[in-house]
Design a protein around this ligand. Structure first.
Ligand SMILES: [Fe+2]
Ligand SMILES: [Fe+2]
Length: 323
C-alpha cells in the first residue's frame, strides 16, 4: 500500500501521446464485430430451440453451426487480446486500479469536451475513418431519441463510451480499457468469451478462494458488490455515479454494457438481488443501440449539439467533472 501512496500523481490534464489511437480503434471495431456475431449466434440458437419445440429444427441447427464457426474463427487479434485480458485481470490488479482512481489527481472537463477529446485522440490521425467517436455516440443517442426513449437514456447513449479516455490516461494497455467484462474474485464462468480455459495463466485461476464458485462473495449479495474487471465501463461508472443525476438504470447501462456473460448468457445470476433483475432488463434495452446503430445515417454534430448540450446540463449540473 505504501508504495502506492508515494507515487507521483498524474498531471490533471495530461494525456499520453505515445498511445496508438488508430490501432485502438481498429481493435474496438473487431471486438464489437465478435460481440455482434455472438449476439446473432445466441438469437439463432434461441430461435432454433423454439422451432425444435415445433418439431422442425434441422435447417436452423445447420445455420447455428455456421454462425458459431464464424464466431470461433474471428480474427486472431481479438483472440490474442482476450488471452492477455484474461491473464492480467486479477483481483490484485483490480484493487490497484480502483485505488489509483481514488488517489490520483484527475483531468477536469465538461462532457462535451471529453467527447471532442476522445475524438481527437482516436481519430485525428485517420481522415478516412468511416465513423468518428462523436458520431458513434450521437448515433446511439439519436436511435434512442427516435424510438421515444427517455431523456436520461438518450444521454446514457451519448456518453456510454467516454470511459475509453482511460486509454490515454493511465491504462496499462488495451486489455484494461475494452473487451467484454467479467467478475474477478470468484470462479471465471465458462460463458465468458473463449471460455474459462482462456484464464489458465491468470494467477487467480488456481487460487483456492478466487477459483471457488462464489469466491469472495456470497449468493444473493447483489451485483453492486461484485468487482467487475476494470475497463471503460467500470471506470465511467465510477466517474458519473457521484457527479451526475442519472438514475440507477443509466448507471447500470454504463457499468454493465460489456458484461456479456451476464446480460447475454445469463451467467452469475446467483449473485443477483431483486433490483438487479430490473437493471438487467435496462441493460438489455440499451444493448441493441450500442451494437446496431452504426449503420444508421451519419449524424450532423453541429446540428445536434444544442439539443445534447441542454441534455448534458440537465443531468450534470456542475458542468465540469473530474475524469
Ligand atoms: Fe463500450
Ligand atoms: Fe459503444
Amino acid at each position: 500500500m505504501a508504495s502506492i501512496l508515494v507515487q507521483q500523481p498524474t498531471h490533471p490534464a495530461q494525456f499520453r501521446t505515445d498511445r496508438d489511437g488508430l490501432a485502438f480503434e481498429a481493435l474496438c471495431d473487431e471486438i464489437e464485430h465478435v460481440d455482434i456475431l455472438a449476439d446473432q449466434a445466441t438469437k439463432q440458437r434461441n430461435q432454433s430451440e423454439e422451432e425444435q419445440d415445433g418439431g422442425n429444427s434441422k435447417f436452423d441447427a445447420e445455420k447455428d453451426k455456421t454462425q458459431f464457426r464464424q464466431y470461433e474463427n474471428a480474427c486472431d487479434r481479438v483472440k490474442n487480446f482476450y488471452k492477455e485480458q484474461h491473464t492480467k485481470q486479477t483481483v490484485a490488479y483490480n484493487l490497484k486500479a480502483r485505488n489509483d482512481f481514488h488517489t490520483k489527481s484527475r483531468a477536469e472537463m465538461t462532457i462535451w469536451e471529453a467527447m471532442e477529446r476522445l475524438n481527437t485522440l482516436i481519430d485525428e490521425s485517420d481522415p478516412d475513418t468511416e465513423l468518428s467517436q462523436i458520431e458513434h455516440l450521437l448515433q446511439s443517442a439519436e436511435a434512442m431519441r427516435r424510438d421515444g426513449r427517455p431523456r436520461w437514456m438518450q444521454l446514457t447513449g451519448l456518453i456510454h463510451d467516454l470511459g475509453k479516455l482511460l486509454f490515454f490516461f493511465d491504462a496499462r494497455g488495451q486489455w484494461d480499457v475494452v473487451g467484454d467484462t467479467f467478475p474477478v474474485g470468484c470462479a471465471f464462468d465458462d460463458k465468458i468469451i473463449y471460455g474459462n480455459k482462456s484464464f489458465s495463466e491468470n494467477s487467480d485461476f488456481q487460487d483456492p478462494v478466487y477459483s471457488s464458485k462464489y469466491g469472495i462473495y456470497s449468493p444473493g449479495c447483489g451485483m453492486d458488490k461484485i468487482m467487475l474487471s476494470w475497463g471503460h465501463d467500470e471506470y465511467l461508472y465510477h466517474v458519473v455515479k457521484d457527479q451526475s443525476r442519472l438514475p440507477d438504470e443509466a448507471l447500470a447501462m454504463i457499468r454493465y454494457h460489456s458484461f456479456y456473460p451476464w446480460h447475454q448468457q445469463g451467467a452469475y445470476s446467483d449473485f443477483m438481488v431483486e433490483k438487479d433483475h430490473e437493471m438487467l432488463e435496462a441493460v438489455k434495452r440499451f444493448n441493441p443501440y450500442d451494437l446496431y446503430s452504426k449503420s444508421d445515417e451519419k449524424p450532423s454534430v453541429e446540428k445536434l449539439k444544442p439539443y445534447y448540450m441542454e441534455l448534458i446540463d440537465e443531468y450534470f449540473p456542475t458542468k465540469v467533472i473530474k475524469w
